[in-house]
Write a protein that binds this ligand. Structure first.
Ligand SMILES: Cc1cc2nc3c(=O)[nH]c(=O)nc-3n(C[C@H](O)[C@H](O)[C@H](O)COP(=O)(O)OP(=O)(O)OC[C@H]3O[C@@H](n4cnc5c(N)ncnc54)[C@H](O)[C@@H]3O)c2cc1C
Length: 340
């Protein structure tokens, strides 16, 4: 049995208190790093469905956790579009009638995550900040020590997926992210200095270790979706087991049509790179079309070109790469069929 390491737990009642606690502990962490003991000593935890297993495997060993459960907003509210508190559970998101009706890709992606128990605990904010995954990394400490570790745990070691790679190639694996990217989402971020709203696409970078662009002082508090008028969307996921598993390819497509013509489109991928990505070239192939077979084929080819799966998760590189245009064709075809 893998056991959790010892840690101190703080349960702030507000986001402001959580941000202040985080600043205080981060300052201590930085002081320790300056005096020769670098390392992550404080982390945020929401549902804990990813962080606690990672701590059991000693991928992280923070001595202090700041639990966001009481502090984060968790409601889903109408605004210009829809506002989802970062503390909303995946079950709440997947079953909300407004999400199911207006933001279908999000409902489909959330319901495809792990198991009912984990969806009841796991939050949308935790999903956006999910760590990248890899065959060489998501293993027990015993396994990783026997294999000699990898770059993601020990920067002095090579990336075991591609030893000549200058960076870690761990793979983005959060299901709701491509759906939210396709739906044009932004996120509200709070720290002890204030708050800001950034497009979700800016939250990620192509680096398996430092995959989030937000600072470790930052807390994601809200997902903001624009109005759904005229948009249709869907999410498709390839995984080993249909019952529960992380994506090995995830694709979301969204189109806004007027008079049978595509006016706006977005296509997003996950699990084929270290960051989830919008495929702008695929969107460009769709705008102005009536989702004819030719336009869909051009979008599928653009998605195929940009997908760069590596040997970091299940299945083969070839199967995952070939799945991308198949999913693009199916997803866009199903959006067209809805209109007829
Ligand atoms: C068996 C199993 C199967 C799974 N399958 C899937 C799957 O198919 N697809 C999928 O996407 N995920 C899957 N997961 C992972 C996980 O359940 C979900 O991603 C879940 O949404 C994580 O949310 P959480 O609230 O539990 O995050 P936590 O575990 O609490 O946190 C995850 C990370 O996000 C950070 N964090 C959390 N909230 C915030 C915040 N508000 N602001 C800033 N940082 C924050 C934490 O510090 C931590 O680094 C699976 C997990 C398990 C154990």
């Amino acid at each position: 049995m893998l056991r959790l390491p010892r840690f101190q737990l703080h349960t702030p009642a507000t986001v402001e208190d959580a941000a202040l606690l985080l600043r205080e502990h981060r300052a201590a962490e930085q002081d320790a790093a300056r005096t020769g003991t670098p390392g992550i000593t404080v982390m945020l935890v929401a549902g804990g469905t990813d962080l606690y297993p990672n701590m059991k495997r000693r991928q992280f060993t923070p001595t202090t956790l700041i639990a966001l459960g009481k502090a984060l907003p968790h409601g889903i509210h109408n605004g210009n579009g829809l506002s989802i508190g970062a503390g909303a559970t995946l079950t709440a998101v997947a079953t909300d009638a407004r999400v199911v009706k207006g933001y279908r890709a999000l409902a489909e992606s959330a319901i495809a995550i792990s198991t009912p128990q984990l969806r009841n605990m796991g939050t949308i904010g935790g999903n956006l900040c999910l760590d990248t995954r890899c065959n060489w990394y998501d293993q027990s400490l015993f396994w990783r020590m026997a294999e000699g570790m990898c770059m993601k745990t020990d920067p002095s070691v090579v990336c075991r997926v591609a030893p000549s790679s200058p960076r870690c190639l761990a793979v983005a694996s959060a299901d709701t992210v491509p759906a939210l990217l396709a739906l044009g989402a932004s996120v509200r971020i709070v720290n002890s200095e204030g708050e800001r709203v950034v497009p979700l696409a800016e939250l990620y970078r192509e680096d398996g270790i430092s995959h989030l662009t937000i600072g470790r002082d930052d807390i994601v508090t809200e997902v903001i979706l624009p109005a759904a008028d005229g948009w249709r969307s869907t999410y498709l996921k390839l995984r080993d087991r249909g019952s529960f598993d992380f994506p090995i390819v995830g694709l979301a497509a969204a189109v806004r049509m007027e008079g049978g013509v595509v006016r706006e489109a977005r296509l997003a991928l996950t699990a084929v790179g270290s960051r989830p990505m919008l495929v702008d070239t695929a969107a460009a192939a769709l705008v102005g079309s009536r989702l004819e077979d030719d336009a869909i084929a051009a979008a599928a080819a653009a998605a195929h070109k940009i997908a760069r799966p590596m040997d970091n998760t299940s299945s083969t590189i070839a199967q995952r790469k070939k799945t991308v245009p198949v999913f693009a064709t199916r997803a866009l075809g199903s959006l067209r069929d809805e209109l007829n």
